[in-house]
Design a protein around this ligand. Structure first.
Ligand code: ADP
Length: 329
């Protein structure tokens, strides 16, 4: 027991124990050193001794709702992560300083955003030069090379756009603008954008969503999400294949399915497809342009809406991506 109290005393996390009446029976040094707790805390009510409103409300919510709670606490120039464990005997509160992690994440994000912005202009210039070259009289060999170069430039531009999208999503600075969305109309709009691409491979785009299916979500984000899923469903399809979008209500979830009859994904690759930069490296998909960021963007968007996404696939037969969004009436 003394070993445990010595450990808690020296811990670089804050711990306190509060009974169900709200009285503190234990607190370690960390909380006082941080300035989060008054020196004379023994036997006092948490309202009187905790010096931060965020933390006070988290503890109050846990007591009132009789459940564990977690959240971020902003204190002076620090960002803290707090967890309140609710038990029948009382509450255990743990507070960790996540300022250095957050600072590192922010500078990583800023670096990505800066580099991406720096790359945009030269890429646009390169694209313009190559497009001008296309209008010149060229040998067949030179034309093929210019076309290949254009494809690569387009791929890099897409990667830059995707990196900026991910950086924005990760920063959490963007607020979601949720509105009711008629899913059938949204799918129709997306399909129009992909008409040409699908036609080139004789792929049929089928909208099976009911007229009255309504999502409550950020329309711009839903467009980005579906664009990525439909793009993949066409890119990794077979000539003459199909892409079907369906919707159903399941418990409290709106379930949106994007199904294709394409090349599928192997069992070994399935767990990784949502990872950043992950591309299934098979000779058959080598020539398909892509950045490996699309599904990571999809996952971010779905998570930010409080949902989840899963995938089911059979190699050679096709793939279903299933998006679950909380159903709001
Ligand atoms: P990419 O830009 O490479 O398409 P994504 O993140 O969108 O990146 O997808 C990651 C990888 O998952 C792809 O490279 C591809 O191999 C695989 N994949 C994604 N969607 C499908 C699909 N509908 N059918 C088969 N493979 C897919």
């Amino acid at each position: 027991m003394s070993l445990l109290s010595e450990f808690l005393k020296q811990a670089d996390e804050g711990y306190m124990v509060i009974d169900r009446e709200g009285i503190l029976s234990y607190a370690n040094e960390f909380l006082i050193k941080m300035g989060l707790l008054r020196q004379e805390w023994q036997g006092r009510h948490f309202y009187e001794v905790i010096k931060n409103l965020n933390l006070i409300s988290l503890v109050s919510e846990a007591i009132n709702e009789r459940t564990s709670k977690s959240g971020h606490v902003y204190f002076e120039d620090k960002e803290l992560s707090a967890k309140v464990f609710y038990t029948e005997e009382g509450l255990l509160v743990r507070v960790s300083d996540i300022t250095p992690i957050k600072r590192y994440e922010r500078s990583k994000r800023e670096f990505v955003v800066n580099v991406s912005h720096e790359l945009m202009t030269p890429l646009a210039v390169l694209k313009a030069i190559l497009e001008t070259l296309q209008d010149e009289e060229l040998s067949d060999h030179a034309r093929t090379l210019v076309e290949k170069a254009l494809m690569r430039v387009e791929e890099m531009s897409q990667m830059v756009r995707d990196l900026l999208t991910i950086a924005k999503l990760e920063s959490g600075e963007e607020k979601l603008e949720k509105h009711p969305i008629r899913l059938r109309d949204l799918v129709e709009d997306i399909f129009v954008r992909f008409e040409e691409m699908a036609k080139a491979e004789r792929i049929e785009l089928i909208n099976e969503v009911d007229q009255d299916a309504t999502l409550y979500a950020d329309p711009e984000k839903m467009v980005t999400m579906l664009k990525n899923l439909v793009d993949n469903a066409i890119k990794y399809n077979k000539r003459g294949g199909k892409v079907v979008i369906r919707h159903r209500l399941e418990d409290r979830w709106d379930v949106v399915e994007v199904c294709d009859t394409g090349i599928g994904i192997s069992k070994e690759d399935l767990p990784f497809v949502f990872d950043r930069f992950y591309r299934v490296d098979r000779s058959r998909s080598k020539d398909i342009p892509g950045t490996g960021l699309g599904l990571s963007i999809v996952k971010h968007i779905v998570l930010s809406h409080g949902g989840r996404v899963d995938v089911e696939s059979k190699e050679g037969e096709g793939t279903v991506f299933r998006v679950f969004l909380p159903h709001i009436m």
